[in-house]
Design a protein around this ligand. Sequence first.
Ligand SMILES: Cc1cc2nc3c(=O)[nH]c(=O)nc-3n(C[C@H](O)[C@H](O)[C@H](O)COP(=O)(O)O)c2cc1C
Length: 176
Amino acid sequence: MSLLIISASLNSDSYSRLLAREAERVLRLDGHEPAFLDLRDLPLPFCDGEKAKEHPNVLAAAQLIAPAAGVLIATPIYNYDANAAVKNLIELTGDVWENKVVGFLCSAGGPGSFMSILGLSNSLMLDFRCVIVPRFVYATGGAFTNDAISDSKIVGRIAECARATAHFAASLKLAS
Ligand SMILES: Cc1cc2nc3c(=O)[nH]c(=O)nc-3n(C[C@H](O)[C@H](O)[C@H](O)COP(=O)(O)O)c2cc1C
């Protein structure tokens, strides 16, 4: 079963990328071989509703997303939402998201934006019939020390979210 982890932050010193790498570590420990898409490594044009979707990097991203039964999106919270880079990716790749299981790993500046991922998760659910994993990670700066995740509760939640995503994806694949 194919799994994909997307690291959406364009920040070179990103916390959410650490969440994504920890999820990858857990999934590999469990015997999965998740693909990893770091949006810093694949510059994308802005979605224009026209030709941008034919850009070679967009096609490369779509090729990674298409086979994945489960996708973990690691995103910064910007302006009470996922960041624009991941929304742009979804706008560009559209229907390739249909029927995926999607989990979220979020990093934010403070606790007040806890529900910010609901907009993107609702749109994936309503637009593309994605199944949203009802367990997500929300980490603030206090969870990190010296470029590592130092909060053991967050480490535990990443494992739970990653494993739930794999489990849901496998179960839905069996059922379909
Ligand atoms: C443009 C911008 C908007 C932000 N908006 C929010 C916000 O609405 N809520 C919040 O808790 N943090 C906000 N932050 C803080 C980031 O979520 C925080 O720095 C997070 O760690 C960024 O993720 P990253 O390290 O993976 O890039 C914002 C940061 C930036 C640069």
